[in-house]
Design a protein around this ligand. Structure first.
Ligand code: FAD
Length: 434
C-alpha cells in the first residue's frame, strides 16, 4: 500500500514507522524547515514543543500504563525516549534535541519512508490508498481552512477546558445531587458554599498564580472564553451572579439555599468523571489543586484533568471520527495526533500508532478491536462517543470501566487497572500477529 502522511510530529512519525516496518510505502510531508508553526523551532521531525517530560513511566499511573501498552506495538517515540532518557525520578524525560535527532534519523533512513519538505494545503490523496493528517495543535492555517470546509463546524482553534474530578473522590456528605429548580433529573452534583467559605475561596482565586501564555496565544485566547479567575477579579459577587449562582437549589444538609454553589456536570458515559461547570481557567495546575480543593465537597478530590486554556486546533472527534481515528465522511482519511482530540505528547503519538495499526489490519482483512479496559481502548472510545461538551482528553484511570471487585487501597486499585489492561491488550497483540 502507499500512504500519504502529513505532519512529522509525534503522531506522524509513529504512523510512518509502524506502517513502513510492515512493508508499506510512505510519503511523509512536513513543512519544516521552510515553514514552522509558532511553537516549532528545530528542523528535525519528532520535536517536543515545550516540556522535555513524557510524564510518568510508573504502572500505577495512567500515563505509565499508556506507555506500557504502546511499547507492545513497537512505538518509535517510546523506544527513542528510552534511549535518550535523562534522570527524572519516576518520569520519562528525555534529552530534547537528541530525542528529536534520533527520531529524525531513523525516519529519514528507513528504506520505505520518503520525507518531503512541503506544506500541504488540502486533503487530496490521489495516487495513495490512505491519507493520515497529523499536523498538530498548530496546523498551518491553509490546511486548517481545508479541514474546516471538509468537517463543517467540527474544527476548534482553542481549548478552554474546565478541570475534571474523579466522581468517587467527591465528598457527598458535603455535596448533593440536584438540578436547578429540579428541572430534569438530579443530574448535577452541587458543592454548596457558606458565605465565609465563598469569601475565603474568592480571596485565594484572585491572587492565585496563572500559567504563562505564549505571545501568539495571548492575542487570541481571551477573545474566545473568559477564565474564572479573570471573571472573579471584576468583583467579589460576580461569580455568585454568574457560574456560582445558588438559585433554584436547596442544600438537603441544611434545608436552605446556599450562599454560592459550584456545579459539577457528568463528563463521561459511565459517570466516573465530573467537570466543574464554568471553571475554564488559566491557573497553574498546582494552584488549581490548591484553590479548587477549597470548594466544599472537593477537599480530597482527585483532579483527573486540570483546566487549560491554549491555542489548540482539534476536531470535534465524536461528530466526525470513528474510534480508529478515521473520518466518518471518508474512512480512508485518518486524523491523528493532538488534532484528533487527544491531549499530550504520548497520547498524540498513540493516536498515530492506532491509525497505522488500523490501516495495516484493514489491508490484512482484519479489524481493530481494542479492549475498553486498556487506556488506549478507553481513550479511542472516549473521543468517538457522543458528547455534547467534548474536550480533548488525556490518559487517566477515570475513563476505564470499574474493576469487578472494589479495591479500597488507591495504589493497589491503580495497579489492578494496569494489570487488567495489560492482560487484555496482550490478547489483541497475539490476534494481530496470527
Ligand atoms: C505550545 C504548546 C506546548 C505544548 N506543551 C506540551 C507539553 O509540555 N507536554 C505535552 O504532553 N503536550 C504538550 N502540548 C500538546 C501536544 O502534546 C503537542 O503539541 C504534541 O507535539 C502534538 O503532537 P502532534 O504529532 O499531534 O503534532 P506536532 O508534534 O505539533 O507535529 C505536527 C507537525 O506538522 C507539521 N505541519 C503543520 N501543518 C502542516 C502542513 N499544512 N503541511 C505539512 N506539515 C505541517 C509541523 O511542522 C509539525 O512538525 C503542547 C502544545 C502546544 C501548542
Amino acid at each position: 500500500m502507499k500512504i500519504k502522511i502529513v505532519g512529522g510530529g509525534l503522531a506522524g512519525v509513529e504512523s510512518a514507522w509502524y506502517l513502513a516496518n510492515r512493508g508499506h510505502q510512505i510519503d511523509l510531508y512536513d513543512m519544516k524547515p521552510y515553514a514552522k508553526t509558532p511553537a516549532h523551532h528545530a528542523d528535525t521531525l519528532g520535536e517536543l514543543v515545550c516540556s522535555n517530560s513524557l510524564k510518568s513511566d510508573d504502572l500505577s499511573t495512567a500515563s505509565g500504563l499508556l506507555k506500557a501498552e504502546m511499547r507492545m506495538f513497537g512505538s518509535i517515540v517510546l523506544d527513542v525516549a528510552d534511549e535518550t532518557k535523562v534522570p527524572a525520578g519516576g518520569a520519562l524525560s528525555v534529552s530534547r534535541q537528541e530525542f528529536s535527532d534520533k527520531i529524525d534519523s531513523r525516519i529519514r533512513n528507513h528504506p520505505n519512508i520518503n520525507v518531503v519538505s512541503q506544506e500541504i494545503v488540502d486533503l487530496d490523496y490521489t495516487g495513495y490508498d490512505y491519507l493520515i493528517i497529523a499536523t498538530g495543535p498548530l496546523t498551518s492555517s491553509r490546511l486548517a481552512e481545508a479541514l474546516t470546509e471538509y468537517t463543517g463546524d467540527a474544527l476548534h482553534f482553542f481549548d478552554a477546558a474546565a478541570p475534571i474530578v474523579s466522581a468517587e473522590t467527591i465528598d457527598m456528605t458535603r455535596a448533593f445531587r440536584q438540578s436547578r429548580y429540579d428541572k430534569g433529573g438530579a443530574d448535577y452534583i452541587n458543592c454548596p458554599m457558606e458565605k465565609d467559605e465563598y469569601l475565603a475561596f474568592y480571596d485565594e482565586l484572585v491572587k492565585a498564580e496563572v500559567s504563562n501564555l505564549h505571545e501568539f496565544e495571548k492575542r487570541e485566547i481571551f477573545e474566545s472564553c473568559m477564565p474564572i479567575e479573570i471573571m472573579a477579579k471584576r468583583g467579589a459577587d460576580t461569580l455568585r451572579y454568574g457560574p456560582l449562582k445558588p438559585v433554584g437549589l436547596t442544600d438537603p444538609h441544611t434545608g436552605r439555599r446556599p450562599y454560592a454553589v459550584v456545579q459539577l456536570r457528568q463528563d463521561d458515559m459511565s459517570a466516573t468523571m465530573y467537570n466543574l461547570v464554568g471553571f475554564q481557567t488559566n491557573l497553574r495546575w498546582g494552584e488549581q489543586k490548591r484553590v479548587f480543593s477549597m470548594i466544599p465537597g472537593l477537599q480530597n478530590a482527585e483532579f483527573v484533568k486540570y483546566g487549560v486554556m491554549h491555542r489548540n486546533t482539534y476536531v470535534n472527534a465524536p461528530t466526525c471520527l470513528n474510534s480508529d481515528f478515521s473520518l466518518k465522511r471518508d474512512d480512508h482519511i485518518y486524523i491523528a495526533g493532538q488534532l484528533s482530540g487527544v491531549e499530550g505528547y504520548v497520547e498524540s503519538a498513540m493516536s498515530g500508532l492506532v491509525s497505522a495499526i488500523s490501516i495495516h489490519l484493514r489491508n490484512e482483512g482484519k479489524q481493530l478491536n481494542l479492549p475498553n479496559t486498556s487506556i488506549i481502548g478507553a481513550l479511542t472510545r472516549y473521543i468517538s462517543y457522543e458528547n455534547e461538551d467534548f474536550q480533548p482528553m488525556n490518559a487517566n484511570f477515570g475513563i476505564l470501566p470499574e474493576l469487578e471487585e472494589h479495591i479500597r487501597d488507591k495504589s493497589a486499585r491503580k495497579l489492578a487497572y494496569s494489570a487488567r489492561a495489560i492482560r487484555d491488550m496482550l490478547e489483541v497483540v497475539s490476534y494481530m500477529e496470527d
